[in-house]
Design a protein around this ligand. Structure first.
Ligand SMILES: [Fe+2]
Length: 769
């Protein structure tokens, strides 16, 4: 307890018999032991507020001289306390915070607490982006509590205030009391009480700068917060929810097939730290019951990743690891934090199970049903094929320029990915590649790293974002991948990340299948959108101009090399963003017919055929995502079914919907599979490519108000591929969203799955009928 609150608690307790109900209750609440949360007072100046907090939005907050200070005069900037929730309205609680006004423009949007912030799930992460809740603070000279307001005395000094908010059960209501005092004089500015229905207080607690979300930047005030304390039995404390300073880890394990044996690479991510913070992260492994240091690595101060590379890793045994960060405080003390997990043993003598995931639209955040399935299944390896975020993630807009703020804007959206999946990521090698939305584009036609000119970020070639921001995206996603095949950057010094990983007797090629791809402005789509062919009679052969690029020369060369290099493995998988066919007939809405989408890997057709010709020799299964529509398709180049299979996995949370309904639009098919499912068989896709569609998981229109049921309706889920190097088979499962993947129910999977393919089928030696 601070000296101020202790003094007032004693004073109020002594006088409580003579006080009216509200103040007596305040006295009772102040006698609760309030625990300080976080340690802003001794934190160095920086962006990251500490692991106990989630700042909305991160880029608008800084630690400044011992307090969390809002950097904008915009509305509804807030900090949630993620380690504590109000969970039992039948018990008392109290919290206090000191609030200083730093600046005030035309409107004083006020500051104070907001409690009872909850989504339809009332899960602490889903609550972080909810509106609503009960206000308690001062707005423009008035004390505000729930719907009640009370003017303060004329001339009351509200520039530096300590708020004490307390609550205690009153039948099926909660009696709330808010007291405001001048922080320097201790003089009471006012007290206000209110009763609210008990469930109104349940949920997250936050402090807020400018309560009203409609206040624009430049209009409101801004505030700084310090000495936040919380207590009482109504509050559940869960320190394991803390997110940072070590946020999460991602690692890979790969057979170099050279002097270095297996190489383990691991990135630890921290929140954006300050100039005076330590940049050292240490990696330790458990040996004989003790932690042994494997050294210290410096954080990259753009990406806030520390990447370790450990050659000659003992791949035969699983190993417990932890990363450790010593957070130096302004008072000379140090706070140690760590994040731990397990480096799996290289799968040997048994099949390798790969969890394959894509596209996380944040209406479904934090995607618990998918995460829980991953934890139950415990795959040997994870693969995220892109769209770890969308531009609208977490609200508060997009910052495109300059690079510094754009990076912070990106990072906090990306952090939602880690916050959701970190318990799975810590224990399994993970390949994670960025796609278009990760670099804030609706589509990406990278053209070898070219800077995008003016125009739409969906249908212009090149990168819209500054190269420095793009490189942060690459580093945060793929910095822990095995060494790249040829790390020479492309145009604008944008990094590349193609290469391979050899694990469990399988070689995984990793491509950026849009990094060199040509933009659609090189051709005429015949419609208002350069990337969408809408006319069903359009001659799509005119889109196949000579010289147009899909994978690009460098990646084609790599793929050639990889296809003929069989050292240390006997099966192959290609991991890239999307399917090399246009397997969707409807986009955006149920009736949104589209003949062809140039953003699919089916365009440019000649380059697509060349890529598959190269790929066929490798007999690789192609695993991809991006479409928000799970499909299992066999590519054809000269003949139907002469080439590799593609498994496009369901989206983790599908946003923009797509369907493959060729039967309905009269597309001809031959040789429908024996299962007889609609919309399957040998087709010429909308771009004229040969594609044998064996299975498709068409969604229904998602309407449910519950995010998880909605994600389920929209065809979300994840893939699991079991690669058996003895029988040379891939067992492919496409799971729905709201299921338990271990209970064996037939309708857990989309129609047509599971499917087992033999390696040779990827070279057109077909068995499946
Ligand atoms: Fe997506």
């Amino acid at each position: 307890m601070s000296s101020l609150s202790r003094r007032s608690a004693l004073k109020l307790l002594a006088a409580s018999t003579a006080l009216p109900a509200g103040q007596a209750q305040a006295a009772q609440a102040e006698s609760l032991e309030l625990q300080p949360v976080g340690h802003w007072k001794t934190t160095h100046n920086r962006v990251f507020l500490g692991g106990e907090f989630w700042a909305n939005p991160m880029e608008d907050w800084r630690i400044v001289d011992g307090a969390a200070e809002c950097q904008t005069t915009g509305g509804d900037r807030n900090i949630h306390l993620i380690t504590r929730q109000l969970t039992d309205a039948g018990k008392p609680f109290a919290m206090s915070v000191r609030v200083g006004r730093v600046e005030s423009r035309r409107i004083d949007g006020g500051a104070g607490f907001r409690i009872g912030i909850k989504s339809e799930l009332n899960e602490y992460r889903s609550n972080l982006f909810s509106k609503g809740g009960v206000k308690a603070g001062i707005i423009d000279g008035k004390l505000v509590l729930a719907r009640r307001t009370q003017p303060l005395a004329d001339g009351a000094d509200t520039s530096d205030v300590v708020f004490v908010l307390s609550g205690s059960p009153a039948g099926d209501q909660v009696q709330l009391t808010l007291t405001a005092k001048n922080a320097t004089s201790g003089e009471e500015l006012g007290t206000l009480t209110a009763q609210v229905p008990a469930d109104f207080v349940l949920g997250n607690v936050a402090v807020v700068s400018n309560f009203e979300p409609t206040i624009k930047k430049g209009q409101g005030a801004r505030y700084r917060f310090s000495d936040w304390r919380v207590g009482g039995d109504a509050v559940t404390v869960d320190e394991s929810r803390a997110f940072g300073p070590l946020l999460w880890t991602m690692y890979t394990l790969s057979d170099s097939r050279g002097d270095e044996g297996f190489v383990m690479k691991l990135s630890a991510l921290t929140g954006p730290l300050g100039e005076d913070d330590s940049k050292d992260v240490e990696l330790q492994v458990e040996k004989g019951g003790e932690w042994k240091s494997l050294g210290t690595t410096q954080l990259d101060t753009d990406a806030w990743t520390a990447t370790f590379r450990i050659p000659n890793w003992d791949e035969k045994h699983a190993a417990a690891y932890r990363v450790v960060y010593q957070e130096k405080q302004t008072d000379g003390s140090t706070v140690e934090s760590s994040w731990s997990g397990k480096i799996k043993a290289n799968p040997s003598g048994r099949p390798l199970r790969l969890g394959a995931l894509t596209c996380q639209n944040d209406y479904g955040f934090p995607y618990e049903p998918v995460v829980e399935n991953l934890l139950r299944l415990d795959p040997d390896m994870l693969y995220f094929s892109g769209d770890q975020l969308y531009e609208g993630h977490g609200g508060y807009g997009l910052i495109r320029d300059p690079a510094g703020p754009a990076i912070l804007n990106y990072l906090r959206k990306f952090y939602q990915f880690g916050m959701s999946f970190r318990d799975a990521l810590k224990d399994a090698p993970t390949v994670c590649i960025p796609d278009d939305h990760d670099v804030f584009q609706g589509n990406i036609w990278g053209e070898g790293g070219k800077a995008m000119g003016e125009g739409s970020t969906s249908s212009k070639g090149g990168y819209r974002e500054p190269a420095r921001m793009v490189n942060v995206v690459h580093k945060t996603c793929a910095g822990h991948h095995p060494d790249y095949f040829d790390p020479t950057p492309c145009l604008q010094d944008i990094s590349v990340y193609y290469g391979d990983m050899v694990y469990g007797g399988v070689s995984f090629a990793i491509l950026g299948d849009r990094q060199w791809k040509s933009g659609p402005e090189h051709v005429d789509s015949g419609s208002s959108r350069a990337d969408h062919v809408k006319d069903p009679n359009y001659d799509v052969s005119t889109l196949d101009k000579p010289g147009l690029v899909l994978l690009g020369e460098r990646q084609e060369k790599f793929l050639e090399h990889w296809g003929s290099d069989w050292r240390g493995h006997s099966m192959k998988v290609l991991l890239s963003q999307t399917v090399f066919a246009a397997v969707a007939t409807h986009h955006g809405g149920y009736d949104g017919y589209l003949k062809a989408d140039l953003d699919s890997g089916g365009w440019p057709q000649t380059a697509r055929n060349r890529a598959i010709e190269i790929l066929r020799k490798s007999k690789a299964l192609h695993i991809n995502g991006d479409q928000h529509l799970t499909t299992l398709t066999q590519y054809g180049v000269k003949e139907q079914r002469d080439s590799n299979w593609s498994f496009c996995t369901p989206a983790i949370a599908a946003g923009y919907p797509r369907w493959w309904r060729p039967d309905e639009v009269g597309m001809a098919h031959e040789n429908r599979p024996q299962h007889g499912l609609a919309n399957t068989g040998e087709f010429l896709d909308g771009l004229g490519n040969k594609a044998y569609v064996y299975a498709v998981g068409n969604p229904v229109v998602g309407k449910d108000r519950n995010r998880y049921r909605k994600a389920h309706e929209k065809g979300s889920g994840f893939g699991l591929v079991t690669i058996d190097t003895d029988s040379k088979t891939y067992h492919i499962e496409s799971f729905r969203f709201l299921i338990d993947a271990t209970d064996g129910k037939a309708d857990n999977q989309f129609p047509g799955w599971p499917v087992t393919l033999h390696q040779d089928e990827n070279a057109g030696q077909n068995r499946l009928e």
